[in-house]
Design a protein around this ligand. Structure first.
Ligand SMILES: Cc1cc2nc3c(=O)[nH]c(=O)nc-3n(C[C@H](O)[C@H](O)[C@H](O)COP(=O)(O)OP(=O)(O)OC[C@H]3O[C@@H](n4cnc5c(N)ncnc54)[C@H](O)[C@@H]3O)c2cc1C
Length: 276
């Protein structure tokens, strides 16, 4: 299929893009890497009357390194993380994730900001940025605001982005050098979206853990009680029970098979982080 006709504007600055998007008469959408939006246009799944191309806005590719955190411009492609072209304060987790998404052609065009703004529940960056306790910076007609990534995603394909607001950058706190991470992704074929995915982080010095499960019909789930059990040195049997209970108590209705899949992914991520 071919897309329905649409107007096209190549934005020259963030302000220009916001002005173009801030139009009540027209359904306008920002275009980043186009890896999800263009297929949706072709299938006529995304009603769009005007595309506002962000590709020439160099400030959206900026990296701002500070002592305690790194801010990544929304337009940075997955390949920039994979290739180590941007600094990594996550002990290698972000660069590993950059190389996990789809295949190289998609990673060259697809962007971290586009993946988060789309909020596909199975998107790799969604689980990763929430696991790393990241924030997103949004900019729109009323100025800038920062949100925890966990609050930015409000449901499957739903975010806190207002009309004419852009995701400008993703801010990741530098993780402790002693922190270890484990990642497990269940997928039928390499390069496909996950059926389940989990990330476990553990800092043995602080005895602090963070466990996040993704591809769960909405925002990734942060397993806070399981993380406390890890800090207390729980064995694998106790952890398995804690993960199952926390997922079952969440607001998602998992079939028994899905629940088992997510519990297994979380346990394997925990094992990979060297925790059990
Ligand atoms: C074959 C294939 C396999 C894939 N496999 C995976 C996978 O395994 N894991 C995975 O995580 N992803 C996967 N993807 C998706 C890929 O990661 C895309 O990068 C991502 O979905 C969207 O990023 P994009 O930059 O292309 O955004 P676009 O397609 O340009 O935009 C996506 C949406 O976000 C909005 N948007 C984009 N940028 C901004 C911004 N800065 N501010 C506000 N709104 C914005 C757009 O308006 C649109 O609604 C796959 C894609 C393909 C085509």
């Amino acid at each position: 299929m071919k897309p329905a006709p649409f107007a096209y504007h190549r934005a020259t600055s963030i302000e220009d893009a916001i002005a173009q998007l801030n139009d009540d008469e027209t359904i306008a959408r920002p275009l980043a890497g186009g890896q999800s939006l263009v297929p949706m246009l072709n299938l006529r799944l995304a009603p769009v009357q005007k595309l506002v191309d962000l590709g020439r806005i160099e400030t959206l590719r900026r990296v701002d390194e500070q002592a305690g955190r790194i801010a990544y411009g929304a337009l940075l492609p997955h390949a920039a993380f994979e290739d180590g072209r941007v600094p990594d304060g996550s002990n290698g987790l972000m660069s590993f994730i950059g190389g996990q998404i789809a295949y190289r052609a998609v990673r060259t065009r697809g962007t971290i900001g586009g993946a988060l703004a789309l909020a596909d529940p199975a998107a790799d960056w969604l689980t990763t940025v929430i696991a790393l306790d990241g924030q997103v910076v949004l900019v729109g007609p009323r100025g800038r605001r920062s949100l925890a990534a966990a609050d930015f995603v409000t449901g499957p394909y739903m975010t806190a982005l207002d009309q004419a607001e852009l995701l400008e950058s993703v801010v990741i706190p530098r993780r402790a050098k002693t922190e270890r991470w484990g990642h497990y992704k269940v997928t039928r074929k390499t390069g496909e979206y996950a059926d389940s995915m989990a990330i476990a982080l553990f800092d043995p010095d602080a005895r602090k853990a963070r466990i996040v499960v993704g591809a769960v019909n909405g925002a990734p789930i942060v397993l806070t009680k399981t993380a406390l059990e890890i800090g207390e040195g729980a064995n694998e049997e106790r952890l398995q029970a804690a993960i199952g209970q926390e997922l079952a108590e969440s607001d998602r209705a998992f079939s028994p098979a899905k629940l088992k899949l997510h519990v297994t992914a979380a346990l394997r991520a925990i094992r990979k982080a060297g925790l059990s």
